[in-house]
Design a protein around this ligand. Structure first.
Ligand code: PLP
Length: 234
């Protein structure tokens, strides 16, 4: 793609359609809440495609890898001061400092060691990203996230000696099942812990997630279309 190429109307149209569907789903909530934040998941897409969403005024993006996000987003903040970058993929402790430098929201805190590393870098940095805890809500061996049984303990540690403020919970329910019971359980866990924010729902199920109290949905394919193969970072 060249820079002279015309803006891609599909991205702009998709974005506005998803926003309309979010508004409709907000109207259908049994308990009214604040407007739902749309995190446009731009992982694996290049900046040329992402630029369409920026030009349309969208500022909230999700990436799942620190290195890929650095390559794409470093330097964009001077052009878009109101940019909000969310880390939605697993984070290695040795990348915690890089994540603090780049992201505004880190959604995938899932163990004390990582929470400690993040707290240390946040305290030493002028940046102050907010953090959420990822819950392995379907108890899947291959998935990241804290086990439900360990959530209370991790939160207590974050609120206690670690000193990492946590604003909410995030989950990716099991792919092959109806997500509704998992969304409902997430809402229960967040309420029990006095947490206000819930990041749940993707292209296939964000309307359900909103019904169950999502405050933030993560939509990739529905905005940018199918993802190209993994980009070689070298
Ligand atoms: C890729 C990804 C998404 C977006 O998924 P789509 O189905 O493309 O909307 C949402 N959340 C996480 C954690 C992801 O990794």
């Amino acid at each position: 793609m060249t820079s002279s190429e015309k803006p891609d109307e599909t991205v702009v149209n998709n974005l506005s359609e998803i926003q309309q569907r979010i508004s409709a789903a907000e109207q259908g909530r049994s308990i009214p809440g604040s407007p739902v934040e749309l995190v446009a998941v731009s992982k694996m897409h290049g900046m040329d495609r992402i630029q369409n969403a920026l030009d349309a005024g969208h500022r909230v993006f999700g990436e799942n890898r620190v290195q890929e996000a650095q390559k794409k987003w470093t330097g964009q903040r001077s052009k878009y001061p109101d940019l909000s970058l969310h880390l939605i993929g697993p984070l290695q402790t040795n990348k915690a400092a890089d994540a603090v430098d780049l992201f505004d929201v880190i959604q995938t805190v899932d163990r004390p060691k990582l929470a400690r590393a993040l707290a240390k870098h946040i305290h030493a940095s002028p940046r102050n990203p907010t953090c959420m805890i990822q819950v392995n809500i379907g108890d899947e061996a291959q998935k990241a996230g804290v086990a439900i049984s360990d959530l209370g303990d991790l939160l207590n540690q974050c609120r206690g000696d670690i000193g990492l403020p946590i604003i909410g919970l995030m989950c990716i329910p099991p792919a092959a099942e109806s997500p509704a019971p998992y969304f409902a359980l997430m809402a229960k866990l967040a309420a029990a812990q006095g947490l206000e924010h819930l990041s749940m729902g993707m292209t296939g199920d964000f309307e359900d997630a909103i019904k169950f109290g999502a405050t933030s949905v993560r939509v990739g394919t529905g905005i940018f279309g199918p993802r190209p193969g993994p980009v070689d970072p070298t």
